[in-house]
Design a protein around this ligand. Sequence first.
Ligand code: FES
Length: 268
Amino acid sequence: MSQVGGFIAIEGEFGVTEREKAFPALLERLKPRCEEIIARYEEKRSALVQLMHLFQEHEGFVSPQAMRYASERLGITLADVESTVSFYTLLYRKPVGRYVVQVCRGLACSICGAEDAMRAFRERLGAGTLETTEDGLISYEEVECLAACDRAPCAQVNLEFVYDLDEKKIGEMIAAMRGGRYATAPMVQTEEPQRTWIVEQEGSIAQGRRSKGGLGVPDDPGGIDREGVIMLDRILAKGFAMHGASRERLVREVRDVTELVKEEGVRF
Ligand code: FES
């Protein structure tokens, strides 16, 4: 049993967690805010992302109960809600740490030393990308360009930017989080996180596209993901044939158009 975010995160009777038991009261509390948000939109389904952020703010992640409520209130299917939530990487479908550290692995950051920064985070946290530390305090993720390339290498912690990362700064950041004195407020945590917050799904298409890094090199920063490698292989193997086929089709289509123009007697 552990006390987290004002909730006791243990399984209660019949496997119902304290967070689940607390959800109806939370929902009653948030309903006026939800209605305010919904009223801003002509189409109520447009309020979905904002509603999910609101629940995440209070539960630390987007829980199945929050998704079910949104589906019923907005009159859309649960599948619609899940597909939207799973699309946005800033919405977590499983509990995460009180601090979510997202380190940029984009081109500008890579040139300016993102690999060293990522290595430093991984070693000090004992966690790879999309993983949470053993103590459940910090979740770590390597992400694409954060749009702060002029201050590379950079990261976000609970969505607040940290610029010009180096080993010293990284050490201080982690020490401050562990010491409860980090500048950005910790997130609410109503359930203890597991090692990863990836939601496993059936089939390669349903698994999403959040690459772990280079093929065969788990957690290697940057690089091209598995699907990218497969696509490149295909292009390299068939590139000439594909190019030839495209040319052939183009010539054929130009001929067809020319014939048509002649037949119809179109004048320009
Ligand atoms: S590449 Fe890192 S912020 Fe753009």
